[in-house]
Design a protein around this ligand. Sequence first.
Ligand code: SF4
Length: 368
Amino acid sequence: MQSLYVHFPFCEAKCHYCDFYSLGRERTRAGDDTRFERALSREISLMGEHLAPELDTIFFGGGTPSMTPPEAMARALEPLWRFTRVTPATEWSMEANPSSITLEKMKAYRTLGVNRISMGVQALKPELLQSLGRVHSRETALRALAEVFEAGFDNVSVDLLCGVPGQTLQDLDAAIGKLTSFPISHLSCYLLTLPPHHPLFAALPDEEAQLDHLLHLDAAMREKGFEHYEISNFSKPGKRARHNLNTWTGKAYLGLGPSAHSYDPAAEKRWKTVSSLHKYVALLEEGRSPVEQIEKLTTEQYQLERWMLALRLDEGIPCAWLDTPARRARCEIMQKQGLIEPHPCLADRVRLTARGFALSDQVIAALA
Ligand code: SF4
């Protein structure tokens, strides 16, 4: 496995819309960070043999990895270097939240080997940040972004949200304009989704307005020189997120830390670590594996996943995959609807259009 994911489970406060496994400060006890650090070291010792001698990508996600001090990360990673190493070509990404960034810390993460930062900005308008329950302000986000560049990072991504209650196209434009005034190389923008029982569910924009947001985003980012290379991701040429691309193209990855997923296509297996910091720590303290689910993929599941992942990407799928009359007919209908198009550069492939990306759930469900 040439890709490694590590899940850091701590956040300053739990955002009300967040589905990832993470604990806000109010749900942690003194010493949890040290217990996590030790448990991660133990898990690396247990699982490190799955890793290739050289890593192509590392991704520190969460949660908020930038809440873990660089020296604690270095200690936790010590056993890793018995199994593998990074090279100058390794992409090592780390998620960071504006309120936990300082210039000194960012310099230390760089010294550790991190060379790509993915910063969770989500919005810049104070009212939107407040309704999302984010702990940072517009000023903190802009100061943090400036410090990331000052620390020497030159491969920087930001996360935005669209489809937020009260958000207008002008708000989206203003955020994109301000963020791209920094030399960012990548932007991920997700549509805010909430479960029906959520207090803000009724305030979400309707489907038409969501589609407007997504199409507007596509046009605005292309105008700024970014490629729309995946449903929710835009990059400057040559700056696509390699770790995520490895996942989307079905390559093997090892996930460590609570709630992390792993995938081994050679063994047709996927597995997941327990989504509980306390269980994770307890199991590893007993020398036991924290893996709670192992799934053996059937051929049908494998094929379906291959379709779903390939359609997410700008490269699309080979026309040869449209191997039944029914699929070809559905594809033709969707071409007429402007959801799919022949790839403009790659022969014998079709891909989703900007509208197809915005309505990808329906397109993928109809074709796969
Ligand atoms: S900071 Fe990120 S990971 Fe943490 S709760 Fe908020 S959205 Fe979730």
